[in-house]
Write a protein that binds this ligand. Structure first.
Ligand code: NDP
Length: 291
């Protein structure tokens, strides 16, 4: 630690995200050592005052706190495993996107090696790091989170979910599931209106406020799921949500019906099981029980 509020930290991986993370640490006055497989990506940060390490080992040895932000789990293992001895006694924060199982595997390896391990899931794009709206989910070592919380908050809101190192990744990927399916739904709509002469950008201007308004329904849908009673009054029923018109109109526009047909299949399984008059939230039962 160099002052009360700053740390000596090393960042491995200076891709779009790792570079943004390192930049935020540096800007806040932390002594920052950086390393990247392709060394030219360290040049900008070095010009701003970072120490560019020649090897990943040199970077690890320079900081008590080591941040790793590489492409994937395989690249993290490839870089870190030869450095197990150097990492012993240090704190490792892995914000590389991995599965929960991979996060737990890293935590097991770290525990055997005497490394304090915190896993992170970044809910932001690089341009958002250090700005409002950025959020990073953490799980794993509570001590590591508490000790470095002020530093982690330089990137965005930092939320800790518990000692199970897989939880941050689980929540990260669950949120991404919602995002990707929403984006696919938007693309479906854009493809539908294109033959009528509407550009995707004009459609986006219509879709953004609509989808934003619809997120207001999430809490109500979730309350029904948590309550476990899909018959409560006031819900849109599964039969009402058949999506037949939507599929027919899509086919009439000459586009694929895959995106909407996927949702219709989830609805159909519940209707076929005799639940047609129950609420739309019930499609979660189709998702919970894979066919
Ligand atoms: P980039 O593709 O920009 O960078 C990938 C980084 O991984 C580079 O530093 C690259 O080094 C390094 N790398 C890849 N393979 C190896 C290897 N075998 N050995 C050593 N280094 C390797 O990706 P991002 O920076 O955007 O993403 C990094 C992580 O952050 C990913 O897990 C991603 O899912 C996550 N993330 C990214 C977000 C984003 O919007 N970008 C959002 C949320 C999470 P080199 O430069 O030499 O190729």
């Amino acid at each position: 630690m160099t002052t009360d509020n700053s740390f000596q930290v090393s960042v491995l991986g200076l891709g779009a995200m790792g570079g943004a993370l390192a930049g935020a640490l540096l800007k806040a006055g932390n002594g920052t050592t950086v390393w990247n497989r392709s060394p030219e990506k360290a040049e900008d940060l070095a010009a701003q005052g970072a120490e560019a390490a020649a090897t990943a080992g040199d970077a690890v040895r320079a900081g008590r706190l080591v941040i790793v932000c590489l492409l994937d789990h395989a690249s993290v293992r490839e870089v870190l495993e030869p450095l197990t001895g150097d990492l012993a006694g240090r704190t490792l924060v892995n914000v590389t996107t991995t599965t929960p199982a991979q996060a737990r595997e890293m935590a097991d390896w770290a525990a055997r090696a005497g490394i304090a391990y915190l896993d992170g899931g970044i809910m932001a794009v690089p341009q958002m790091i250090g700005h409002p709206g950025a959020s990073v989910l953490y799980s794993g070592s509570a001590d590591a989170f508490d000790r470095y919380r002020s530093l982690l908050e330089l990137w965005g809101a930092a939320t800790y979910f518990g000692e199970d190192p897989g939880l941050a990744s689980l929540y990260d990927l669950a949120l991404l599931a919602g995002m990707y399916v929403m984006f696919a739904g938007f693309m479906h709509g854009a493809a539908m209106v294109a033959p009528a002469g509407m550009t995707a950008r004009r459609f986006a201007a219509m879709a953004a406020p609509w989808l934003t308004a619809m997120t207001g329904a999430l809490d109500g849908l979730a309350a029904v799921v948590d309550g476990g009673d899909y018959t409560v009054e006031g819900q849109q029923s599964l039969e009402f949500s058949g999506l037949g018109d939507l599929l027919d109109a899509s086919a009439d526009q000459g586009i694929s019906t895959e995106v909407v047909a996927m949702v219709q299949r989830l609805i159909r399984r519940q209707i076929d099981a005799g639940h047609g008059e129950e609420g739309f939230s019930r499609i979660i039962e189709s998702i919970r029980q894979p066919v």
